[in-house]
Design a binder for this molecule. Structure first.
Ligand SMILES: *Cc1c(COP(=O)(O)O)cnc(C)c1O
Length: 392
């Protein structure tokens, strides 16, 4: 057998994640591996916690990256906070709320579901009704930015409601962190997880989390041990916690953490508010082009995520053909719809490093060219100009 090194093509990643990785991050990941208890590495970990606090806009002591992808951050929140018999109010308006339900049930809890239509924000009135009807519920869980539909929910108002009914808040911020306003401490979110491959422009595989003191107290006061050894925060904190001696828990993904550190330095240099604004401006330009073509957005203007644009596929156009032509002819990846939205929508990501003018113009130009060539019912040749005008 002859084998060769793997050389992936260079693509532009404008789907639901992973998004384009900043070359500075890839360069940082190639630096020499050192020991995970090396004092130099431990110093980097401490700085990383501060950088994560800045990104999350939090002052919570327990802030760190879980050594596994966003789904593991989700599981870390649920397995630590949910005990057998607990009731959790779970909001579902897309794919990821469904996974929260799974997590509650696998932790031995009961999920009280608050369902909203896919593409809509979580309805605050329905949440209040559920909290009122279930005084025993101890946790409210929701997805801030639903990547499957492109809708954002009002995390601040949801947290206010939860606290009014004496519930802790678990919030999925995988797609919002770095792309949409998120103020963890000010809003009082208690257990928050995110991912590295969306608006942080880092490689996939790490999940930043942050826990309020109330959430940490709840973990410490559990009646039963956390069923997952790897995710038990009581153990993980021996390695990541405090500033004292570090105890071996698992070997940290050293080079992946160099990458995250670099991604967070880049975000810090740009400024978190500037990053939110950049995502907004590029979204408005993409939107101008999409609408000039005659295509429409799935989500109402008020709940639209700037970093994840769900666009309805025009009648008679084959979803898979368009996406494979974009990939093969333009090295451009956009996302397909999930679940009930499969074949009906495209998901165009403008996340992190990928949220820039060049990508907006490339995507509009390529989509225009492919759809025009296929004879799709669109206004041809006007999308790029409309976006350029939006930038002026
Ligand atoms: C991507 C995503 C996840 C899962 O993250 P992975 O890194 O793929 O495990 C969870 N929630 C939301 C909202 C996401 O967009």
């Amino acid at each position: 057998m002859t084998v060769e090194s793997f050389h992936p093509p260079v693509r532009t990643l404008m789907g639901p994640g992973p998004s384009d990785v900043n070359p500075r991050v890839l360069e940082a990941m190639g630096r020499p591996t050192i020991g995970h208890l090396d004092p130099v590495f431990v110093g980097m970990m401490d700085e990383m916690k501060d950088l994560l606090r800045y990104a999350f806009q939090t002052d919570y002591e327990l802030t760190m990256p879980v050594s596994a992808p966003g789904s593991a951050g989700m599981e870390t929140c649920f397995v630590n906070l949910v005990e057998p018999g607990d009731k959790v109010v779970v909001c579902q308006n897309g794919v990821f709320g469904g996974r929260m339900k799974e997590n509650v049930e696998r932790s031995g809890g009961t999920a009280i579901m608050v369902e909203d239509e896919w593409g809509s924000a979580v309805d605050l009135n329905k949440v209040e009704d559920a909290l009122k009807a279930n005084p025993a519920a101890q946790i409210l869980a929701f997805v801030h930015a639903e990547t499957s539909t492109g809708a954002i929910s009002d995390a601040r108002a949801l947290a206010e409601l939860a606290h009014k009914y004496e519930c802790l808040v678990i919030a999925d911020t995988v797609t919002s962190l770095g792309g949409s306003p998120l103020k963890v401490s000010e809003w009082g979110l208690d257990a928050v997880y995110s991912g590295t491959q969306k608006c942080l422009s880092c490689t996939p595989g790490l999940s930043p989390v942050t826990f309020s003191e109330r959430a940490v107290a709840a973990v410490r006061n559990r009646k039963t041990p956390v069923q997952s050894w790897f995710m038990d925060l009581n153990l993980v904190l021996g390695y990541w916690g405090g500033s004292g001696k570090r105890v071996y828990h698992h070997t940290a993904p050293i080079n992946a953490l160099y990458g995250l550190h670099e991604a967070l330095v880049i975000l810090h240099d740009e400024g978190i508010e500037q990053a939110w604004e950049r995502h907004r401006v590029n979204h408005l330009a993409l939107r101008a082009g999409i609408e000039a073509m005659g295509l429409s957005f799935v989500v109402d203007e008020a709940s639209r995520l700037p970093q994840l644009n769900a666009v309805s596929i025009p009648q008679g156009v084959d979803d898979a053909t368009v996406r494979s032509r974009l990939l093969n002819e333009y090295d451009l990846e956009i996302g397909a719809g999930l679940g009930p939205m499969a074949g009906k929508i495209w998901r165009i990501g403008l996340m992190g490093y990928a949220s820039n003018r060049r990508n907006v113009l490339l995507c509009l130009g390529a989509l225009d060219a492919v759809l025009s060539d296929m004879g799709a019912p669109i206004h041809s040749g006007v999308a790029v100009g409309a976006a350029m005008k939006a930038y002026q």
